[in-house]
Design a protein around this ligand. Structure first.
Ligand code: 13P
Length: 251
């Protein structure tokens, strides 16, 4: 009932030339008809990617947006309205790299969430625990807090037009993947938290897994009942590998 989504987060990678190659590679993929596919290039390359993927069934999103929805005096930031104007339909928010390196707080992420939705973008809210937090048995509490910050600020109804991505920090770029069972446990807890406020809405929310997803482990992860696709970093920079991951999400 939930349509899978496979999203490629290109992070701070690429030059105009390498992005052009990646676009060509993605265009060559045979993508399953029953899976939504999206890519998130660096802001600088959004226009190039929107143009390059025109006519392909691939959505384009931003990797972040400003706390203020509309363009204005905020040096260095990009407004959700500008992303929307450039052809983006989604935006990643609260990625752990931003939470950790740039000290982005739950409150800032919640403001960005509202800014994105005000401009018609679908936020992909990233949540996840560090290795220390997992080892201390705090995984569900940490993820629950990150999710609650947005629910408390904007109400659970905001998730009728949003996606959640569970990305354990220890699994990102490390080659360590959460086992399907480890991921499922957290995904089920996220859905239960949403369901506590609105059971029907919770059944429809897509929850992606991210953290060293590759073609070799994708099908097993996507086979779990509450895993509705993936947010793919490193492997999404290889078009053939990304295409294989997208196909693994199909029926
Ligand atoms: P990797 O797939 O490289 O582990 O990155 C995951 C991620 O952070 C996607 O947002």
């Amino acid at each position: 009932m939930r349509r899978p989504l496979v999203a490629g987060n290109w992070k701070m990678h690429g030059t105009r030339a390498s992005v052009a190659e990646l676009i060509e590679g993605v265009r060559r993929q045979v993508l399953p008809g029953d899976v939504d596919v999206a890519v998130f290039p660096a802001c600088l390359h959004v226009a190039q990617v929107v143009e390059g993927l025109a006519g392909a069934s691939v959505m384009v999103g931003g990797q972040d947006c400003a706390v203020e929805p509309l363009q204005g005096a905020l040096t260095g930031e990009v407004a959700a309205s500008q992303l929307q104007d450039a052809g983006c339909v989604m935006v990643l928010l609260g990625h752990s790299e931003r939470r950790q390196v740039l000290a982005e707080s739950d409150q800032v992420v919640a403001r960005k969430f509202a800014a994105a939705q005000a401009c018609g973008l679908v936020p992909v809210l990233c949540v996840g625990e560090t290795l220390e937090q997992r080892q201390a048995g705090e995984t569900l509490a940490v993820v629950g807090r990150q999710l609650a910050a947005v629910i408390d600020a904007h109400g659970v109804a905001a998730f009728s037009a949003a996606v959640v991505a569970y990305e354990p920090v220890w699994a990102i770029g490390s080659g360590l993947t959460a086992s399907p069972e480890q991921a499922q446990e957290v995904h089920a807890a996220i859905r239960a938290q949403l369901a506590a406020a609105d059971a029907e809405l919770a059944r429809g929310v897509r929850i992606l897994y991210g953290g060293s997803v590759k073609a070799a482990n994708a099908a097993e992860l996507f086979g779990m009942p509450d895993i509705d696709g993936g947010l793919v970093g490193g492997a999404s920079l290889n078009a053939d590998e990304f295409g294989a991951i997208c196909r693994a999400a199909g029926s």
